[in-house]
Write a protein that binds this ligand. Structure first.
Ligand code: GLP
Length: 268
């Protein structure tokens, strides 16, 4: 795994967007795995800028999002309703600003009347698209990837997961409070790609920023592989994995000097 450390959030986002843009230019019909949360917003803004100012074209790109809350969804015909779905997040933060075709963007359907069946269908759709070329990932405060909460099997597939109190608290602060929702009104369940599903992507880009993530990032990439920190599955990953951090998120890494050394040697 490569660990890339950048001075701040902007530089972390720029590096990440450059990597995604490089793939989109090389393979215009690539399949991107996308993530939600505060962390990828800077990356999405930079991709939007590249689309507007550098002509980066997404017209053949296909995307699959990692997860969605169960019980809520986004209706593009009512774009101003107050739902806090990840489908809305993607629409607002990326899709509506670029030339991607709506039918090429997939977010798990939180309103499906048969969610178990939907999960199987989602796995099948990923396979039929030829698999994910590049999976973008954040990391939750409890070490999760997507919504694979502590205790999730490291071989898990797309399924319904019960959210931890910590995840509900973290995500309430970020998204729900501002929209006037009560904490108790948040969905307790989500559809999430499994860790096994994520590990089948052809490459992985995990991003994290800020002091708040420093400890969990250290546990994920330098601690033992454990279902208690599902992002630690990155250590089992056989493809090209890159972890992109700002200085604060990297501040507790034991091998920080080695990571910096590797980047210098590789670049020279
Ligand atoms: C949610 C998402 C994760 C994301 C995490 C971290 O739980 N399901 O995919 O990585 O939030 O979010 P943030 O980037 O806001 O810290």
């Amino acid at each position: 795994m490569d660990v890339i450390i950048r001075s701040d959030y902007e530089q972390m986002s720029l590096y990440t967007a450059n990597r995604i843009a490089e793939l989109v230019r090389k393979k215009p019909d690539c399949v991107l795995g996308l993530a939600t949360g505060g962390t990828p917003i800077g990356t999405y803004r930079e991709l939007i800028r590249k689309h507007r100012e550098e002509g980066l074209c997404f017209s053949k790109v296909r995307t699959f999002n990692l997860d969605e809350y169960l019980g809520i969804g986004f209706n593009p015909e009512q774009p101003y309703s107050a739902d806090q779905s990840y489908a809305r997040f993607m629409h607002e933060e990326l899709f509506r600003h670029i030339d991607i075709l709506p039918e090429n963007t997939r977010v798990p359907d939180g309103l499906s009347d048969n969610p178990e069946e939907f999960c199987k269908h989602y796995e099948k759709a990923i396979r039929e698209a030829g698999g994910i070329d590049l999976q973008l990932l954040g990391i939750g405060g409890d070490g999760h990837w997507a919504f694979n909460e502590p205790g999730s099997s490291l071989a898990s597939r797309t399924r319904i997961e019960t959210l931890t109190r910590q995840t509900l608290d973290d995500n309430y602060e970020l998204f729900y409070r501002a929209a006037g929702f009560l904490r108790e009104d948040m969905p307790h369940f989500a559809i999430t790609m499994g860790i096994g599903t994520i590990l089948e992507a052809k490459s992985i880009l995990m991003i994290a920023n800020g002091k708040k993530k420093a400890n969990v990032v250290r546990q994920a990439i330098e601690g033992p592989v454990t279902s208690q920190i599902t992002a630690s599955a990155i250590q089992l990953y056989a493809g090209k994995a890159t972890v992109v951090l700002d200085e604060e998120a990297a501040s507790e890494l034991k091998n920080i000097d080695h990571y910096r050394h590797c980047e210098k040697v590789i670049a020279s």
